[in-house]
Design a protein around this ligand. Sequence first.
Ligand SMILES: [Zn+2]
Length: 429
Amino acid sequence: MSRFRMYPTPQQEQQMLLHCAHARYVWNLAVEQHSHWYKSRKAAPGFAEQCRQLTEARRDNEWLGSGNADVQQQALKDFAKAKHAKFTSGFGEPTWRKKYRHEGFRVIGTDRVPELTDDGSARLNAKTGKQVMGRSVLVQKLNRRWAQVKVPGCGWVRFRLTRPELPRAKTFRVTLRNGRWHVAFAVIPEPVEVPGRGEVIGIDRGVKITAALSDGRKLNCPQLTVKERAQVRKHQRRAARAPKGSEQKTAAYAKVARLKAREADRRKDWCEKTSTMLARTYRLVRFEKLNIKNMTRTARGTAGQPGKQVKQKAGLNRAILAQGWGLLRQRTEHKAPGRVEDVPAPYTSLRCSACGWIDKNSRKSQAEFVCSFCGFTCNADTNAATNVAAGQGGIPRPRRSAGAGGMTAATSRSSIREPQPTWVEIPLF
Ligand SMILES: [Zn+2]
């Protein structure tokens, strides 16, 4: 995917907002329609049937009928894709789209170009022997810095060209977020070449240091500065004190949103640069396996059993999510497919990377690691990263369930075990 910032004129912006509204309306109709289906009922209408229904709806509804049919149909296509990928996408069942929050629409290219096969020759129809024509998005380069793309109903819309080449895609998606328009062309980039003499690198992700590498480097994800954070608090305070529904309240919240968007931009930029560096430099990248979803669960508890230290846990969750752990792993995998591995996380931070001894007393503090067996001294994060690089998480935790014959009763043993002379079989160096 290649994404660029878009700069529409006020008239174009109005038209694009209307496209967003239509796409959202159609998507939400599809969500509602599918919510009426349950297991024993015959399958819910698919894409083709929904398209027929859309044509009918456009005839009955004047507002819908005045919109662009392609934009509305692509919203259905997006829905069908989301529905299909509900087990693999990580987002689950498609849900409602909200005004101002999920603004965007997809445009299918109107230009026709001859399709080529993998070896560069023309693709011919098997029956008729004619050239197969594919769709293509209409884009034009204006100069070194600017280009424009054709959006239905808007004509040419300019975007900032931040790559040397114009993107070639069949479709693109326009989004509006935090008052900024973006265009994302659907292109699958070539994977980064495998470096000739690349090594294996282990990465330990933490809150203090975002990514500690096994070669001793420590990479930190940029966040808001102290000054910017003070500004966020100031505007939040003003928003809280402003009268309900007032202009000041909206303005203050908009300022908070802009600062938060800046933080997210910085995080994303850092993840992109770091993952490219990892993919270009190393043959194999190993991450410790984290279940971020479980790690950032709330401590709130239930009404009957309220949790403890809810505020502290919420703060930790925010800190974890501000590190972009998941994005770094995901983008590295995209750029280096098949060259990213997950290492089981238990004990990576307690195991001595020199001798393999696992002892919780070895970790003296957040940053210090001194092996209680061989005396090896190292930065705790680097030590963990070295373990990850070696693919060593230590021995797995004692299993609760017996192999065949059912469950064994849970023992009263603490999950933190007393130090035991455990040697890991595979030598490290
Ligand atoms: Zn040791």
